[in-house]
Ligand binder design. Sequence first.
Ligand code: DQA
Length: 142
Amino acid sequence: MKIAIINGPNLNLLGMREPGVYGSQSFEDYYQGLQKKFPEIEFSFYQSNIEGELINEIQKAGFEYDGIILNPAGYTHTSVAIGDAIAAIKAPVIEVHISNVHAREDFRKISHVSAKCKGTISGLGMKGYELAVTWLKDNLSP
Ligand code: DQA
C-alpha cells in the first residue's frame, strides 16, 4: 500500500513554530517514527509553502497512491483550488490538523477542503497522521 503525506505552508517549521500549539517535534523526526511503525507501507512525504505546488502534488499523488494524508495548513481556510484538486483525483484524502481548528479563531472554522475529504482529524496533535494511516490501512485494499 502506498500513502502520500502532503503538508502545507509553515509546517516545515514544526518543532520551532508556536510549540504551545503545534508541539516541539519536527515533522521529519515524527515521519521517521511513522515509517518504522508501518514498515509494510510505502510512504512519500512532500511539503510546500506554495499553493500551486501543493495542487501539482495532490494531482500527481492522487493517481499514483492508494491514499493521501493532507494537512493543507493555512490554505485549508482559503483555497477553493485545493478543494477542487481533492475532488478531481482518484485517491481518498484524509485531512489532518495538529491543532483543534474549531477551538481557535473563527476563520479557522471555515474549510474549503473538508467536504471533499473522506474524513478529518483535528486536535489530536501529530498522532492524527498515525490515526489517518491506520484508517487507510484498515479500509483500503492495496
Ligand atoms: C493547522 C491549522 C491551520 O489553521 C493553521 O493555519 C496551520 C496548521 C494544524 O495542523 O493545526 O498552519 O493546519
